[in-house]
Design a protein around this ligand. Structure first.
Ligand SMILES: [Zn+2]
Length: 357
């Protein structure tokens, strides 16, 4: 995959740049329309690196580095000679997937960028090319309570399932903390689902930040819920992928942990690596349960969704059987996930799933 550089840059606001500078320990100070920070561009120790919101450019006032954009800064910091890798870094760092169009390129290119990304993110690879994401410290979570989340309960999510998935509440930031573990149950990231309407513009889900520590992780390199579903998937040789963490919680609430074969891609696309994680478990059927992103049949959005499905099918359909939870009978609302309207509707969609061939 590759991304449009300008489009990605447009999505970054001054707060994002601040976060990035903090990540690089540049001691940023934020002002009305600019940031002042340490001159990390040349390993300097004066606060003469400025970032201007209107031009989206940095300027180093020591005379050493001149003007440059966020990608050039990342290239310098991460020692990357490839601009695409820096763009990819930004997309992953800020979880921008799903908010931008992805340009499909050949799969060879895909892996080259993955290789780059692994290096930057400090990800290790085992012999069979499995990525081991850096483990985060989970001790902090115990300070956050596990209350009953009424809105979620109304949506069919049981309190026991929230507890099982270690869901917490962060009162200060007004959101629900969703710890993400890898298939071996190591904590690799924490996302926050905001409950504050105004924050939703920045995305309902964001990486959680605690003090200076950002609990982000590259979403495309993990599957939410895989550690819980793994053994069942191996046994049944079937997996269901959904878009959001909540859908996984609903699935377990409806069908119980002993039937759990549901994992979330945490975006609206399935990465090659995510597919590989499931394929390695020996699946012979992959069920796609993505959100219903269209209002009526025959609309533009309808054809876009069909297009997306066909793309997934073309990529992986020769490796496993693929089926889709397709809302033929119009039971779901606009933007609903197949699990949003209760167990009965989900089971109906599941039993009547559509196979492409
Ligand atoms: Zn400089």
């Amino acid at each position: 995959m590759s991304y449009n550089k300008e489009e990605v840059k447009e999505l970054l606001d001054i707060e994002d740049i601040y976060t990035l500078l903090e990540y690089y320990n540049a001691e940023p100070q934020i002002y009305y329309n600019h940031i002042e920070a340490l001159t990390i561009c040349h390993d300097g120790d004066s606060h003469k690196l400025y970032y201007y919101e209107n031009t989206k450019l940095f300027k180093c006032y020591t005379g050493s580095c001149g003007s440059f954009d966020v990608f050039e800064l990342i290239q310098k910091q991460e020692h990357l000679d490839d601009l695409n890798a820096a763009v990819y870094f930004v997309v992953q760092f800020f979880n921008l997937e799903g908010r931008i169009d992805q340009v499909d390129v050949s799969s060879g290119e895909d892996w080259k960028i993955f290789e780059r990304y692994k290096k930057i993110a400090g990800i290790h690879t085992t012999i069979n090319d499995k990525l081991i994401l850096p483990e985060k410290n989970k001790a902090i979570l115990k300070y956050y309570p596990q209350p009953l989340i009424k809105n979620w309960q109304k949506e069919g999510i049981e309190k026991e399932v929230c507890d099982l998935m270690n869901i917490r509440y962060d009162a200060i930031n007004g959101g629900i903390l969703i710890p993400h573990t890898d298939e071996d149950s190591r904590l690799v990231g924490i996302r926050i689902r905001t409950l504050v309407k105004e924050f939703e513009n920045d995305g309902k889900y964001r990486p959680w930040k605690n003090g200076k520590e950002l609990f982000n992780h590259p979403l495309g390199f993990n599957l939410y819920g895989l550690d819980k579903a793994k053994e069942n998937i191996k046994r049944q040789k079937v997996a269901i992928i959904v878009e959001s963490e909540k859908s996984v919680l609903q699935f377990i609430s409806y069908l119980g942990l002993s039937n759990d074969i549901c994992v979330a891609v945490c975006g609206s696309s399935l990465s090659k690596y995510q597919f590989q994680l499931l394929y390695n478990l020996g699946i012979n059927e992959l069920i796609i349960g993505f959100d219903k992103d269209f209002q009526e049949k025959g609309s533009n959005e309808y054809y876009q969704v069909q297009d997306k499905w066909e793309k997934i099918y073309r990529k992986y359909g020769n490796l496993v059987n693929m089926s889709f939870l397709w809302d033929k009978d119009n039971l779901l609302g606009y933007k609903s996930s197949p699990l949003d309207h209760g167990k009965d509707i989900f089971m109906h969609l599941f039993r009547n799933r559509v196979y492409l061939n």
